[in-house]
Design a protein around this ligand. Structure first.
Ligand code: GCU
Length: 470
């Protein structure tokens, strides 16, 4: 079979490249296309074919995305976040922390987002520049940072995490910081199921040139700081990059194994390394750092919040499938979209199984349990409106994400916190923010922009300027 032999050849090439470590002129590491890497993973899993994803661009396509609520819940039974695998009920916080939470983490690691290797090399942070500037009328100090990953294991692969940190110049002590997954250079093209051409501007993540102060100005006005991390400097946003970046470095340039981490987990790892840095910077109150992101980076923000309990608060923007949306829903984007060669790199290789031969109903966990991993910390799930002028569209499945938040509620309650307090899907611009788990759809499009004021009012209850020793 031709395809199999190409895959074998690529692997052989890769292996021989590593076998020549001692020679000075080492051949470049092999570079796979996303399609080749995707096929290698299918072969490794013994998958012959995958089901097609939903088409969000063409309503007349045979596989057009479903937007009919009557057909949206083919698998209505969700795994119970408070039942152990042995069938016992979890009734105390202690059982949650020591037994059930680790079970859920293990399932997400193995089947969904992949495992972070045990021996990820160390990151050395360096301030590359420090400037004093003004953001609106606030005097600020901006540090540019580079987090260099030790690449002795594979010197051909360099990973330098880019991070900027901006804090008020007149701060009296360490300040809370909102960390955002930035878009780096350029944005996205048109998205399925939404109004066309909503690309992000390089600067405007979550801030789409809306009227009024930018989110950064809103944060500074509270006396907090903000930081932007560039996901692509951690791990490329495509399958071809999986043998490079932090994932490739850990594998010495070889393709992933089925349980290895995908880009979402790698981006989340990078955010945790940024938090490591903040713990060393006197300008930052590292116990009060929040994480925010939009869309694929909304997924990454949720994964970050779920996995790293040091993050104090999460603002999860339009995360959709692979984020806050239930995998078991048939509405908008599907598991089968994530398992295709354009998006599989976000996930563990093992996740491909659920796009064929298995179904989303075979997943041992679902998105409500990812949200539950954030408990008891305040978690705000944000979307734009599904319909109306300038709306975000339905591809992201706002309702399916709300349902996941509802189903995460019992864990927040068990830990003594307030959940959404309702299972009724709210109107646009009706924020449900009375508890530690919050949900709001703003009137705008694919952005967190218009939800910043509501998020910050919610955050005010938890994040306090001046809480850290000066
Ligand atoms: C596509 C994709 C989504 C993703 C989005 C984005 O729409 O289907 O899963 O969140 O791109 O990141 O912009």
């Amino acid at each position: 079979m031709r395809r199999v032999s190409i895959a074998a050849l690529l692997l052989a090439l890769a292996v021989s490249a590593r076998g020549q470590e001692s020679k000075p002129a080492e051949p470049a590491l092999p570079q796979l296309t996303a399609q080749q890497d995707h096929k290698l993973m299918m072969d490794a899993l013994g998958i012959k074919s995958l089901r097609e994803g939903a088409n969000g661009m063409n309503r007349n396509a045979p596989n057009a995305a479903n937007y009919d609520e009557a057909k949206a819940n083919p698998y209505p039974d969700l795994p119970d976040p408070l039942t152990l695998k042995n069938g016992d009920k979890v009734t105390t916080p202690e059982q949650w922390w020591s037994k059930r939470r680790p079970e859920i983490v293990e399932d997400f690691d193995r089947e969904v987002y992949g495992r972070v290797p045990k021996d990820v090399p160390k990151v050395a942070w360096k301030v590359t520049s420090q400037t004093e500037d003004k953001a609106g009328d606030v005097a600020v100090i901006t540090k540019k940072l580079s987090g260099r990953v030790d690449n002795t294991r594979c010197p051909e692969i360099k990973v330098e995490i880019q991070l900027t940190l901006t804090t008020p110049a007149d701060a009296k002590g360490p300040v809370p910081v909102m960390l955002e997954f930035g878009f780096g250079f350029g944005g996205f093209g048109p998205r399925p199921g939404g109004p066309p051409g909503k690309g992000a501007t390089p600067k405007g993540v979550g801030g789409f040139a809306a009227a009024g102060p930018s989110w950064q100005q809103q944060v500074l006005a509270k006396g907090w700081g903000y930081a932007i991390i560039v996901p692509n400097s951690i791990q490329a946003d495509n399958g071809a990059g999986l043998t490079r970046g932090i994932i490739g470095l850990c594998n010495a340039g070889q393709p992933r194994k089925p349980e290895d981490w995908g880009a979402l987990r790698a981006w989340a790892w990078g955010a945790s390394r940024a938090l490591d840095y903040f713990e060393t910077d006197k300008a930052v109150d590292a116990k009060q750092v929040g994480i925010e992101g939009l869309s694929r980076y909304g997924k990454a923000a949720l994964v970050t919040m779920a996995y790293d309990p040091r993050f104090a608060i999460g603002f999860i923007g339009s995360s959709g499938e692979g984020g806050a949306k239930l995998h078991r829903r048939n509405f908008g984007e599907l598991v089968e979209n994530l398992t295709g060669s354009g998006e599989y790199h976000w996930m563990a290789g093992n996740f491909l199984k659920y796009g064929g031969p298995l179904t989303p109903n075979d997943l041992p966990v679902d998105a409500h349990e990812l949200i539950a991993l954030c408990a008891p910390r305040p978690t705000f799930i944000s979307y734009g409106a599904s319909t109306g002028p300038g709306a975000e569209g339905q591809w992201v499945d706002q309702r399916g994400s709300f349902m996941a938040a509802v189903a995460a509620g019992p864990v927040f309650q068990l830990l003594g916190k307030k959940d959404l307090g309702t299972s009724e899907f709210p109107e646009v611009e009706t924020g449900i923010t009375g508890g530690e788990l919050a949900f709001r759809q703003h009137k705008g499009g694919h952005t967190t922009g218009p939800n910043w004021p509501t998020f910050l009012a919610f955050a005010d209850r938890y994040i306090k300027l001046g809480a850290a020793p000066q």
